[in-house]
Design a protein around this ligand. Sequence first.
Ligand SMILES: Nc1ncnc2c1ncn2[C@@H]1O[C@H](COP(=O)(O)OP(=O)(O)OP(=O)(O)O)[C@@H](O)[C@H]1O
Ligand SMILES: [Mg+2]
Length: 315
Amino acid sequence: MLTFTTVATKGGVGKTTLTANLGGLLADLGYRVLLIDADVQPSLTRYFKLAYKAPNGLTAMVMSGSLTTDCISYAEFPPQEFEGDHTSLNVQGGFLHIVCSDTQREDSPLQIWLSNQLDRLVRIRMVLSNPELRAAYDVCIIDTQGAVGHLQDAAVNAADVLLAPVAPDVLSAREFVDGTIKLVNRHEAAANLGYKVPAIQCIINRTENTVDSRTMSQLIRDQFIEMRGRVNVLSTQIPQAVAYKKGATSQVPAHWIDPVKVGDSMHSLLWELIPNLVGTFAPNHRAELSPALAALHVQPQEPEGPSTASESEQQ
Ligand SMILES: Nc1ncnc2c1ncn2[C@@H]1O[C@H](COP(=O)(O)OP(=O)(O)OP(=O)(O)O)[C@@H](O)[C@H]1O
Ligand SMILES: [Mg+2]
């Protein structure tokens, strides 16, 4: 099982959108996906229509140190009212399970409880290290709040890969560079105690076809040259598209709303994050990327199940 955690110290940059849409695309490709909403504002919890709402969620999972069935909600996938073509969706049996956020406020019992736990940094990693859980899911994606805290630390520490969306504007870029350096430094301090600092993959999100957007995207890439080895800016950029809002409103992944533009960029993003998925398409996709996006990727290979670039490099 591969674990991604979305992070950004700035709010509203697309963490939840990215989590829901990557999760939706993976489930559509037939993978077994576990989403964990580790944000005190439960946006991911509300993103998908639930077929089953479990009585418990994040609080019980973190406090007990294990993921039991009373904490696992199921997304209705695809939702019954979806007006698109049901027959071509989700034909391969993937699913989305969700650990819902129930922390509500910054001073929730979970945050207070965590602040007193000496092992708070490894609480979520501990949950996800359970062999049965790892066999039950292919990919886990954890959504976090845009603020530093014990919950964010635990979610970061549980990740194999950190996904960090950034908007191509000056304030976001500055905040991102400062925030990311602080985050990396804090976790590197913990690395001295034997913890692994996950690789950070930066995704430029909401690009527009303007000179300003292109200039800022380039600036973000240039800034990160200094941080090479710690932060990688992905080649795939996610354009601004109305389908993301429409998807959230209809409680479906955005590539179902716009299989061409959004479908292309989400596939491209997924392939860059998990190279052995290159060449695999969601059932309702048109089965080819635009030439520009296709050029970013090597020739299609036979999929062998998810594993990331960083994992394959380690082997
Ligand atoms: N590529 C995109 N194109 C258009 N709209 C987008 C895109 N990415 C995100 N959005 C929109 O931006 C808004 C904020 O996104 P989202 O909620 O995912 O951010 P967040 O980082 O999770 O925010 P928070 O810090 O509040 O948790 C949402 O309305 C979402 O639909
Ligand atoms: Mg969010």
